[in-house]
Structures are given as structure tokens and as C-alpha cells.
Design a binder for this molecule. Structure first.
Ligand SMILES: Cc1cc2nc3c(=O)[nH]c(=O)nc-3n(C[C@H](O)[C@H](O)[C@H](O)COP(=O)(O)OP(=O)(O)OC[C@H]3O[C@@H](n4cnc5c(N)ncnc54)[C@H](O)[C@@H]3O)c2cc1C
Length: 492
């Protein structure tokens, strides 16, 4: 397995569980990749945990109904729209004070959210296996919280989060399981080139230790590429989407440079959707990082303003649409406004594990006892922000946002102290990559499986389409990592 993030570890654990001897190489000095940076939200339709979530607003339900009325792009798409209609009929004849959700809704939100450019069978697998895979992860040591929320760009309250340190929980649990199963993990070992035999089968990897020592790894069964995306490779980003501009920061680890995509290309792998690169409207203005702010607990609990102190978008929208809106604001700059309710209540750290006092002390975020004082701290007209704030809270109370059509609301933002977190656009996810089939096998340019080669995680393409829903990537990497590991173990 090349790459020690969530997908690589899931693949290695699954391969070992299925009887293979697994070796995992990781080019940096630590496991984790982007997965360890993740906030943790993992989408799954989960009737038991969603039981306590109140019904969605009428507007949100209208967006669900709208998904049943789209022009079908295929008979399979029509079948899911019909399924959603019958799910809605069943819901409407029962207790409508509770949240509606269904497999059909998650599938259609994912498919529609990616502008129908994702492959429907892959989306079906992702959604149908998300809950069972979360149970597999739990059996392997991940502890899930009981609460459910909506991750920004996730569109619906079905995000599960692990109990401690967000994405780090997944890595810790998988690493322990991998060790228990005897997976050999080699750190500071960079995969450079796939080795093929005379028939074209992939039979190993040429790699290099960080001190320059060459390493050859021979694979009896298969190689799994799990090197993540290419969000931190500016040249590659520019090549596939020049509109991004070279200066945008990224939420990604600097190690996420598309190595696996380049290696796979050399053995004729097909790449799909490379031009689909996702930015988020929630990056640190200096580094592009995703940590260091208040509100990550769920989109329900914040609103976002521009430098003039007014909202400019529905904060629960698609990530591409939200980023496009932010790019049109003065200096592409914004502030996320939250209160103490939820995230910081009774804790010293935010969802990312950042110490809140430190963030305030360093001037990374701003805190004040009143909205007017907060406005002064961030250089916004106090009356304007006060009006924005009061309007927003009235939308929460009424469950509808006449300005931007936001649909998801939590509690009103009224528990002092209040926080303002500066946020700018940042490159977050690369939806394109190596094309795979449902077994996780890498496909060549003619659509045939490349013997001995599997891929999983953000290094693959064709699943999310043009825009990935928040909370779907962690599902992708675990569902398809597990699948690739299993099939690689059985490969002969
Ligand atoms: C800040 C942040 C927050 C996120 N939050 C969420 C979230 O809450 N929910 C969600 O669904 N998604 C989230 N995402 C997206 C999600 O975390 C990623 O898509 C996912 O973790 C990718 O997993 P992966 O295993 O494919 O790759 P990674 O976790 O990035 O791992 C790839 C690994 O491969 C290694 N590697 C690379 N090249 C080589 C090489 N040549 N040889 C050996 N090793 C190599 C890297 O060093 C890295 O360790 C977030 C992403 C970021 C950046």
C-alpha cells in the first residue's frame, strides 16, 4: 500500500483481515495525510442516531422534493427519484416532527451536488456502505459521538464525528489495528514508480527512503495506491484548472502532491475529472488551513459576513457556489460569526483541538461580549452588523431566510461572548484522479482493470463529480479503501 492516510490504512487493515501480508509505505515521518487534518464529519444515513434530530424546515423539504422532479439522466437515476418519492410518502404518513432521511436522498444529493458528473454505481456503493463501514471502523476502535450535525457543504444533518481529535481518531484506530494484524509500516519511504512484469501486471514499487536509500518492494498479489489528491501541488492544480490562480492557499498537507496519479499515469491508468478541484470559503487568511476558527461543529451554528458586515450567501449551500460568492466580496474576505453555545461550551478547545484562549490571544479570532463590540474589533460598522445579526436570528426563529434561502438552522446566536473568525477561499479537495471500478481496481484508458493495481481515496476520481459534499470524503476513503484491501488480498 502506497500512502498512510485514511484510505491506505483502511486498505492495509482490510487486506490483512482477508489474509494478506501487507506492507504500507508512507513518505512523511508520520501517518495521517489529509485524514489527520479532517474535522471528522462522516456522512451516513443512520436512523438510530438521527432519531433525536428535529424535522428539517419546509424550505429544506422543498429541496428534497425538488430532487424527485429532476429530468432523469438515466433509468437508474429515475429509479432513485421514484424511490425517494416513496420514501417521502412513507415519512408523510408517520411522525413528521422527526428528521426525514433516506439512502435515496443521500444518493441523489451526492449525484445532484456533483452536477451528475459522478458515476452513479460508485455513489450507490459509497452511500449504501457508509453506515456498515462506520460500524466496521467502530469494531476497529473508532468511537463515534451520538450527536449528528451538518458539515458545511454536506447539505443534510447526517454527519457523524469521532469522539476525540477529529480525523486523528481514524488514524489512531487504524494504526493500532494495522499493528495488531501485523501490517508492516515503513515511514519516510516514498513510492516513486510502479514495477510491471512482461505482461503489464503491476508487481511492485520502486521507492526511496528519506535519506536517499533506494528500496524495492515486490508485491505477490497487488499494489494499492492511496497517496491522496493533489491539492498542495500548485503546478498540477494550474495545469488542470488554471482559473484557480497560483496564489490560493490550501487546507491540504504539503505532502499531498498527486504522486500516485503520476505513477499510475505511467502504467496507462485512466484519469477522470481532473479539472474538478474544490475550494472552500473557510480557509485561514494567512495559511489557507482549515483549523483555527469557531463554528466547525456544524453549519447550523454560524453565519458568515463580508468586510461590510453583511451576509452574502446561504451558509449551508454547495461548496463551489459558496466559494464563488466569497470571491466576489471585498478582498475575498469574510468573518464567521458564532456564540459560545455548542462548540466552546464547557471546553477549552474547538473542534480542531485549537486552544480557544490562544486563538483569541494571538488575534487569530476575535471575541466580545456584545455584537457591537465584536464589530468594532473587526472594523465593521456596528449598526450594520447588529442589523445583520438581528435579521439572522429572526430567520432562525422563523426557519427561513428570505435573503439567501438558507435552509438549515440551529439555535439563535445569542449567548455571549460572541466570536468572529476571519476566513478566505482555500483549495480543499481534488475530485479527479485514477478511475477505479467497484472493486477498487485501477482502470486503463480502455476501461480494463490494470492487473495487480488498485487505488482508493482522494487519489481516485469519478465518484463525487464536479463538487464533493462535505462529509462524503471520509466515507469514500474508508468504503473504497476497505474494498480495495479486501480484493487485493484475494487477487491472484
Ligand atoms: C483540513 C481538511 C479537513 C477535512 N475535513 C473533512 C471532513 O471533515 N469530512 C470529510 O469527509 N472530508 C474531509 N476532508 C477531506 C478528507 O479528509 C480527505 O479527502 C481524505 O482524508 C483523503 O484521504 P486519503 O487517505 O485518500 O489521503 P490522505 O489522508 O491525504 O493520505 C495520503 C497519504 O499518502 C502519503 N503519500 C503521498 N505520496 C506518497 C508517496 N509517493 N509515497 C508514499 N506515501 C505518499 C501522504 O504523505 C499521506 O500521508 C478534509 C480535508 C482537509 C485537508
Amino acid at each position: 500500500v502506497i500512502g498512510g492516510g485514511g484510505a491506505g490504512l483502511a486498505a492495509a487493515v482490510s487486506a490483512a483481515e482477508n489474509g494478506a501480508t501487507a506492507i504500507l509505505i508512507e513518505k512523511t515521518a508520520a501517518l495521517g495525510g489529509n485524514t489527520v487534518r479532517a474535522g471528522g464529519p462522516y456522512n451516513a444515513v443512520d436512523p438510530q442516531r438521527q432519531e433525536g434530530v428535529p424535522a428539517a424546515s419546509d424550505l429544506a423539504m422543498e429541496s428534497v422534493i425538488a430532487l424527485t422532479e429532476k429530468e432523469a439522466v438515466s433509468p437508474e437515476h429515475q429509479a432513485w427519484m421514484d424511490q425517494l418519492k416513496s420514501d417521502l410518502d412513507a415519512y408523510n404518513s408517520g411522525d413528521t416532527t422527526k428528521l426525514f432521511d433516506s439512502i435515496a436522498l443521500h444518493i441523489l444529493q451526492t449525484y445532484d451536488g456533483g452536477d451528475y458528473a459522478g458515476q452513479l454505481p460508485m455513489i450507490e456503493k459509497l452511500v449504501e456502505e457508509s453506515l456498515p463501514t462506520s460500524e466496521w471502523m467502530a469494531a476497529n476502535g473508532v468511537e463515534w459521538k451520538e450527536e449528528i450535525s451538518t458539515v458545511p457543504g454536506g447539505l443534510w444533518p447526517r454527519a457523524h464525528t469521532p469522539i476525540n481529535a477529529a480525523g486523528g481518531d481514524f488514524i489512531k484506530a487504524s494504526e493500532a489495528k494495522a499493528n495488531e494484524l501485523g501490517v508492516e509500516i515503513i515511514l519516510e519511504c516514498k513510492g516513486n514508480e510502479l514495477i510491471t512484469d512482461e505482461t503489464g501486471k503491476v508487481v511492485g514499487v520502486k521507492a526511496e527512503m528519506s535519506d536517499g536509500t533506494p528500496v524495492t518492494l515486490n508485491a505477490k498479489k497487488a499494489v494499492i495506491i492511496a497517496t491522496g489528491g493533489f491539492g498542495a501541488n500548485k503546478e498540477m492544480r494550474q495545469e488542470y484548472d488554471p482559473s484557480l490562480g497560483a496564489n490560493l492557499g490550501t487546507t491540504n498537507s504539503p505532502a499531498i502532491t498527486g504522486d500516485g496519479i503520476i505513477m499510475a499515469e505511467d502504467v496507462n491508468a485512466n484519469l477522470v475529472g481532473m479539472e474538478y478541484i474544490q475550494s472552500l470559503p473557510l480557509g485561514d487568511p494567512e495559511t489557507g488551513a482549515l483549523n483555527g476558527w469557531m463554528g466547525a461543529i456544524g453549519v447550523e451554528y454560524y453565519y458568515q459576513i463580508n468586510k461590510e458586515g453583511v451576509r452574502f450567501m446561504a451558509e449551508d449551500g454547495r461548496r463551489d457556489t459558496m466559494t464563488a460568492s466569497l470571491l466576489q466580496q471585498t478582498d475575498a474576505m469574510s468573518y464567521v460569526i458564532t456564540d459560545t453555545n455548542r462548540e466552546s461550551e464547557g471546553t477549552e478547545v474547538n473542534l480542531w483541538g485549537d486552544n480557544i484562549e490562544e486563538l483569541v490571544k494571538n488575534g487569530t479570532i476575535y471575541r466580545a461580549d456584545t455584537i457591537e463590540e465584536l464589530a468594532e474589533l473587526i472594523g465593521v460598522d456596528a449598526e450594520t452588523l447588529k442589523k445583520t445579526h438581528e435579521d439572522f436570528n429572526s430567520y432562525v426563529a422563523g426557519g427561513s431566510d428570505p435573503e439567501f434561502g438558507r435552509k438549515l438552522f440551529g439555535d439563535p446566536i445569542e449567548t455571549a461572548p460572541f466570536y468572529a473568525s476571519p476566513r478566505m477561499p482555500t483549495v480543499h479537495h481534488t475530485m479527479g484522479g485514477i478511475e477505479i471500478n467497484l472493486k477498487g481496481q485501477a482502470l486503463d484508458k480502455d476501461g480494463n482493470a490494470i492487473p495487480g493495481l488498485y487505488a482508493a481515496g482522494e487519489v481516485t476520481g469519478g465518484i463525487h463529480g464536479k463538487n464533493r459534499l462535505g462529509g462524503n470524503a471520509l466515507v469514500d476513503i474508508h468504503v473504497f479503501g476497505r474494498e480495495a484491501g479486501k480484493n487485493a488480498a484475494l487477487d491472484n
